[in-house]
Design a protein around this ligand. Structure first.
Ligand SMILES: Cc1cc2nc3c(=O)[nH]c(=O)nc-3n(C[C@H](O)[C@H](O)[C@H](O)COP(=O)(O)OP(=O)(O)OC[C@H]3O[C@@H](n4cnc5c(N)ncnc54)[C@H](O)[C@@H]3O)c2cc1C
Length: 422
């Protein structure tokens, strides 16, 4: 462990050339590994993408850098490092389109902003319509997106085939009837997003404290005073809970309840093959989605378990179900060997929209409920959450996502609109 904060060095073509000349002996650690201080202005629990992005924009947009990000494992080791990296902003409801499109715009120059290559790849994304119901649903989304200023289009089967030559349009059960296409959608490298934000936070003087599990939350007179952790007690003025599948566990520690169910979501990759698909395709009726990674693997995502659980691993029946579902539309994957499978614990709300909110306990804020689709939202969520934490009240991006909406019946229903929410 070292408390010495690495001197921030710009990554550039000149830095690579310089290091090549001196046999790469001059690279410094990307972020510090500090011992926790006794007290911080803000403590963020969870060093996933959303926690790190919240911290980053607290510093960048609001000048608050006395921040600790406390992580029970390693940074990015939760869902942020386990997802299938789909990025899109073609949501149906206005508040969703606003926050997801803000996020997509931030992704577009995130590598430059963080001086870290997050490998954002806007290769285009198609959501296949394979029933008449989906055709109507996606056309409605295209109309809604036009009103929201989000560029999406409805494409006919011939155009789908042009974009995805390996597709079988004439599946016996679910022929492809068209698709909702977002040309700006795509993927990014998930670890790099976490690492890029972590490096930038550390460079601003924030402490990222890994292997530090929060085991209790202390309050006095209805407001937070600090946390108890496996590395000692840490005081704070404000506490931000950003723990995805463990959000309810932390809320319990603080004495309030969250309308969240946690369950495993699984994914798998095939052996690497030559480039054959340069768009992301989601087949929501059969419930599977795939893209091809830079290494050539087909990255395949499935659905959530049908029951609440905290199982952070894959299972054979999911591999079989997901691949079986996709084979009708992508017959060539029947000949691929599957290489790895894994799972993450996702935090699901009833309306499949996130919670960015104040809580019944003073100065405790929550950012959770991103469920199966929060990777794409990391920059936008961090931006909106930082504003909420800094000012104490939500700005325009976050205001619809308060947890009171469940009590007041103001659902932001994306479950029917999206089918799968990735
Ligand atoms: C298989 C799979 C596929 C997915 N595919 C996509 C996709 O294609 N596109 C998309 O947009 N989204 C996708 N998602 C969803 C996306 O990954 C998540 O919504 C997003 O990563 C959530 O980020 P986060 O920062 O909120 O959570 P996480 O990255 O899970 O971070 C939360 C952190 O909190 C820490 N923590 C928990 N409890 C404590 C404690 N007591 N003390 C300290 N730390 C604690 C955890 O260790 C964890 O690191 C997928 C998810 C999975 C699992």
């Amino acid at each position: 462990m070292t408390d010495a904060r690495p001197r921030p060095r710009r990554y550039s073509v000149f830095a690579i050339a310089r290091e090549a000349m001196r046999l790469h002996t001059g690279w410094t650690r990307a972020w510090a590994d500090p011992t926790p201080k006794k007290r911080y202005q803000v403590v963020v629990v969870g060093a996933g993408g959303h926690g790190l992005a919240t911290a980053y924009y607290l510093g960048k947009n609001h000048g608050i850098t006395d921040v600790a990000i406390v992580e029970k494992g390693w940074l990015g080791g939760g869902n942020t490092g386990r997802n299938t990296t789909i990025i899109r902003s073609n949501y149906l409801q206005d508040p969703s389109a606003a926050i997801y499109d803000k996020s997509l715009k931030l992704y577009e120059d995130l590598s430059q902003d963080l001086n870290y290559n997050v490998m954002f790849s806007p290769r285009g994304l198609i959501m296949l319509a394979q029933t008449e119901h989906e055709v109507r649903g996606y056309k409605r989304t295209v109309y809604a997106n036009h009103l929201q200023g989000v560029a999406t289009e409805w494409i006919e089967p011939a155009r789908v085939k042009e974009l995805v030559p390996i597709i079988n349009l004439d599946g016996p059960r679910y022929p492809v009837l068209g698709g909702l296409y977002q040309e700006r959608g795509g993927t990014a490298r998930h670890d790099a997003v976490a690492w890029g934000y972590a490096r930038a936070c550390s460079a601003m003087g924030m402490d990222i404290i890994q292997n530090c599990e929060v085991t209790g939350i202390d309050t006095a007179s209805g407001a937070v005073t600090g946390i108890r952790t496996t590395r000692g007690e840490i005081g704070c003025d404000k506490l931000v809970l950003v723990a995805a599948g463990h959000s309810t566990v932390l809320a319990d520690m603080a004495g309030f309840r969250l309308p969240i169910e946690s369950m495993a979501l699984q994914a798998l990759v095939s052996e690497p093959i030559k480039p054959c698909m340069d768009v992301v395709v989601m087949a929501n009726t059969v419930h599977g989605y795939l893209s091809q990674s830079d290494k050539g693997e087909m990255v395949i995502g499935g659905g959530t378990d049908g029951f609440v659980n905290y199982t952070q691993r894959g299972s054979w029946h999911h591999v079989e179900e997901t691949v079986r579902a996709l084979i009708e539309t992508f017959p060539m994957i029947s000949r691929l060997k599957m290489l790895r499978q894994w799972g993450g614990i996702v935090d699901m709300t009833g309306d499949r929209s996130p919670i960015l909110s104040t809580t019944p306990v003073g100065n405790i804020f929550v950012n959770c409920g991103w469920g199966t689709g929060g990777f794409k939202a990391i920059p936008g969520s961090g931006w909106a959450m930082a504003e909420l934490v800094a000012k104490g009240t939500p700005g325009p991006l976050a205001e619809a996502f308060g947890m009171n909406r469940f009590r007041e019946g103001r659902f932001i229903d994306e479950s029917v609109a999206a089918g799968v929410a990735h």
